[in-house]
Design a protein around this ligand. Sequence first.
Ligand code: MN
Length: 208
Amino acid sequence: MNNDKTEQITLHLLAPLPYEDNALDPVISAKTISFHYGKHHKGYVENLNKLSAGTEFAKMTLEKIITATAGKADNVAIFNNAAQTWNHTFYWCSLKPNGGGEPPAALKKKIEADFGTLEACKKELAAAATTQFGSGWAWLVLDSGKLKVVKTGNADSPLTKGMKPLLNIDVWEHAYYLDYQNRRADYVTAVLDKLINWDFAAENLEGE
Ligand code: MN
């Protein structure tokens, strides 16, 4: 079918949504998902494939591209599209229908050790998500064995700082504007109370 088989090019694929496009409704509508997943996320994957074709990055994994291009002025576009591809796949997994509630026991214990209470952890996540100026992300990460909340601007990722992401929340306007307009705090609160996927965070913590 093609004669380039020996080149082993890594074609990045749009990861399937882990649920139906209306499964997060009414917190996040199917309309938001249709643009956010179907246009924005898909666009990052397509741009990444275009930008990496024929370059040294064509054979690299997504994680490798992100760490190899972070902070490099010549590779801003490929970093942005690679990191946004990763960040969005991670975001869809950080949410689930009927999420929120209590984390699994081991994660809850770790949260209580590092934040005091689950409420304190959620409050820090909400504060990071609402105070991130402009576009970006709020994250729960493991940093040197300790859980922390961090925020990053635009496409930036805790992966480039040696941190292990456990979950994230997208606070780009495209994540909430159709459903919440300017009310980012309402989106963040609803996500934390009703959609956040503590099971996913717990799996990422177990992987350590
Ligand atoms: Mn987004």
